[in-house]
Design a protein around this ligand. Structure first.
Ligand code: NAD
Length: 298
């Protein structure tokens, strides 16, 4: 088994470019996704196709998973035909999915029982940073396991930080998602207000982006809202899931999250109106609906 071999499970918007960056860095990948066409696409780029998560794990000392939510990570790692059926003792599972911290801890415990190391390592930065290999990666797990595998994470991210024990990566990711959600919602309210007041939202955006209201979120999402371009990016359904996980965690810890709760409801309403797979900047559509006014388009 080559030390440069990696099994990679979950080839969606994020998983595909992350897998490509690992191949560019000289790793040989065995890949699996429940969608066969995604496996074929990455196989065309030089990866070895596998027919299950277990098979992807059999051939590599390191397995990376990049899946939608807790239930998917648990199914792909712990379930029948899952990673732990194929992984050998001493190997490591790095789950880069954004899932509930409690689910990461459950998976970590099962891995430890099987003699397999585990890190939860969710990311921030979206598809553009996944393509550039400049993601922010927040990690939970044991320090010696982190130190042994940080070089692999470096190939996908420009910032790789160990945040604490099992689940700490995903708790940090929830903090990240609260800030992003509240920021997108504020951008949407601001642009609808300015537009209904008769201003050009492009001018408003240019005027404020260099001041205190400027942010990575403003620069990424205001142009999308103004153009009416809601191609994902980061899907409404995934952000709704992250905020749901944040609310569950807040409930466990006795931390009220009033703004998070409100934006989570907005995302849920967008899902009911057929926008589950739109970019999360479609929060603008919810505000537009309430205001009876659209942010003007280019
Ligand atoms: P996606 O829906 O595009 O991709 C998920 C992939 O997992 C799909 O190809 C799906 O077929 C596959 N899959 C689901 N269950 C599976 C299973 N049991 N076995 C094998 N494959 C399975 O999602 P994405 O946008 O790539 O996001 C992946 C994770 O990264 C999510 O947790 C998301 O919240 C997080 N994330 C996404 C972004 C973003 O901008 N898209 C940014 C940061 C973090």
């Amino acid at each position: 088994m080559s030390s440069k071999a990696i099994g990679f499970v979950g080839l969606g918007i994020m998983g595909k470019p992350m897998a490509r960056n690992l191949m560019k860095a000289g790793y040989s990948l065995t890949v699996y996704d429940v969608v066969a066409s995604s496996v074929e696409e990455i196989a065309t780029d030089g990866a070895v196709p596998a027919s299950s998560s277990a098979e992807a794990a059999e051939k590599a000392p390191v397995v990376i998973t990049m899946l939608p939510d807790s239930a998917d990570s648990e199914a792909a790692i712990l379930g029948p035909g899952g990673v732990l059926e194929g992984a050998s003792e001493g190997s490591v599972v790095i789950d880069m999915s954004s899932i509930a911290p409690g689910s990461s801890q459950k998976i970590a415990a099962a891995c430890e029982t099987a003699g397999v190391d585990f890190l939860d390592a969710p990311v921030s930065g979206g598809e553009p940073k996944a393509v550039d290999g400049t993601l922010a990666i927040m990690v939970g797990g044991r320090k010696e396991v982190f130190d042994r595998h940080a070089d692999i994470l470096d190939k996908m991210g420009s910032s790789v930080v160990l945040c604490g024990g099992y689940g700490a990566g995903n708790t940090t990711k929830l903090a990240n998602q609260i800030i992003v959600a509240a920021n997108i919602e504020a951008v949407a309210e601001a642009l609808v207000l300015a537009t209904k007041a008769g201003l050009d939202p492009n001018v408003v955006y240019e005027a404020i982006r260099g001041g205190l209201a400027g942010s990575t979120v403003l620069d990424a999402k205001a142009p999308m809202m103004i153009a009416g371009n809601f191609k994902p990016g980061f899907r409404v359904r995934l952000h709704q899931k992250d905020l749901h996980n944040a609310l569950l965690t807040g409930k466990e810890l006795g931390v009220p999250l009033p703004v998070t709760s409100m934006v989570q409801q907005m995302l849920g309403a967008l899902m009911n109106s057929g926008k589950a797979d739109s970019d999360h900047s479609a929060i603008a559509n919810f505000i537009e609906g309430m205001a009876g006014a659209a942010i003007s388009r280019d």
